[in-house]
Write a protein that binds this ligand. Structure first.
Ligand code: FNR
Length: 387
């Protein structure tokens, strides 16, 4: 039976023929290479966070205070990383978090398609952002047989929201992730210092520009008058959502609804009561609010409050061991964000695929060595908080 960890054999054997990995295997070198390769405005946008980036940094370093204890004399020759999520049987607990500037990660500006191809190649579900350089229908096709999720930034224009969700349903997405923490953009000094906000330059708005409702709001189509199209987008971008909107959101689709950005146990309980099908614990990678708690440290409360409802998690995942720790703390599925973006920037679909394969290989080998043959065993083993 093949295992994700076999990827290391592939790398070592290729080395015997003098072939080294084109893209680094570890996160630190990956970032260093991406820093050399990416245009500054894209790099700043992706790397930057809110305020002095304390929350963003804590998201990462907080993983260090959670530690695993290995178990011995357990047969781990066969590992099963599969999970069930919202009726889907998935080969691994990994998914790709939505990243609204995937489109400009690659030089051909079709980074969303490249990310979707990485998803198709690995079986790791892609979350297709509302902000995209290719229409959601094309992105869904590129995901092949791997199930995908559509991430909704809910516009103020309710008819437009309805149209986006119904297009996602038609296109075959398996769930709608509704992002709750971004009705307004957080204070991002790196982007402010360079006065750069990609959407205002007309990037990643193809889901809007291809939408019949959005187009009906314009006198001239975006191809003829980009400036007005962009200002129309800016005016409708972020609806303030409250619990009163849950009924309306539920009425938009039969697909499962995942609420993204839930970090407090009380909010998780309320979300479950209001009919959310899954909770997505995330602080947006520290891009939206500073002065917060590391996302991984908020996960246990959210899991406890969510009962049987699945909890997706992201913010700070950089490696396979991070993935296993998040699972041990109760996440049902774990999202990779910035790492796959850097893979895309360095090597397109193949680059993102490599990054996902490295993370999966490390998680699989860690489970093998630590005596955890299944995700259930990971949960049972748990993690301990170290000083
Ligand atoms: C994001 N994130 C995000 N989230 C979302 O719901 N819709 C989106 O379009 C985007 N766009 C986006 C762009 C960029 C450049 C980044 C880095 C992040 C947040 C994303 O889904 C996820 O929560 C974070 O990436 C997790 O943090 P790390 O692990 O990537 O640091």
């Amino acid at each position: 039976m093949p295992h994700y960890g076999d990827y290391q054999n592939q790398i070592y054997f290729a080395g015997l023929g003098g072939v080294l990995p084109k893209i680094p295997v570890d996160y630190a070198t990956l970032v260093a290479r991406a820093e050399q390769a990416m245009p500054p405005h894209v790099l700043n946008y992706v790397q930057g966070g809110c305020g002095d980036e304390h929350t963003q940094d804590r998201n990462r370093t907080a993983f260090d205070h959670w530690g695993m204890t290995p178990r011995m004399m357990v047969d781990c020759t066969q590992r099963d990383l599969s999970i069930e999520l919202l009726g889907l049987k998935l080969p691994t607990p990994l998914f790709m978090s939505p990243i609204g500037v995937n489109g400009i990660a690659t030089q051909d500006e079709h980074g969303d398609i490249a990310a979707a191809k990485a998803s198709a190649a690995t079986g790791v579900p892609f979350s297709s952002s509302t902000l995209s350089n290719d229409p959601l229908e094309d992105v869904a096709k590129a995901c092949g047989d791997t199930p995908a999720f559509f991430q909704l930034y809910t516009p103020k224009d309710k008819e437009l929201a309805e149209s986006l969700v119904s297009r996602a349903e038609q296109a075959g997405y398996k769930a709608i992730q509704i992002t709750l923490d971004t009705w307004v953009t957080g204070w991002r000094p790196r982007d402010l210092n360079t006065a750069n906000f990609p959407q205002l330059r007309g990037h990643v708005l193809q889901n809007y520009f291809s939408d019949p409702v959005f187009r009906s709001r314009l006198e001239k189509p975006p191809e003829e008058d980009l400036r007005t199209a962009v200002t129309t987008w800016a005016a409708t971008f972020g609806k303030v959502l409250t619990w009163d909107d849950m009924k309306w959101l539920r009425s938009l689709t039969k697909l499962p609804i995942i609420l993204k950005g839930i970090c407090h146990g009380d909010d998780a309980r309320r979300a479950v009561d209001e009919g959310a099908d899954a909770i997505y614990c995330s602080n947006h990678g520290g891009r939206q609010a500073n002065g917060g708690i590391a996302a991984i440290d908020m996960l246990p409360d959210v899991v406890a409050a969510s009962g049987d409802v699945p909890v997706l998690f992201d913010s700070g995942i950089r490696s396979g061991s991070d993935v296993v720790k998040a699972l041990a703390l109760g996440a049902t599925a774990v999202g990779v964000g910035r790492p796959y973006f850097y893979g895309l920037a360095l090597g397109g679909a193949a680059g993102a695929e490599h990054v996902l394969r490295c993370i999966l290989a490390e998680a699989d080998l860690l489970m093998a060595v630590n005596g955890y043959p299944t995700i259930a065993a990971v949960r049972e083993a748990g993690v301990k908080r170290q000083a």
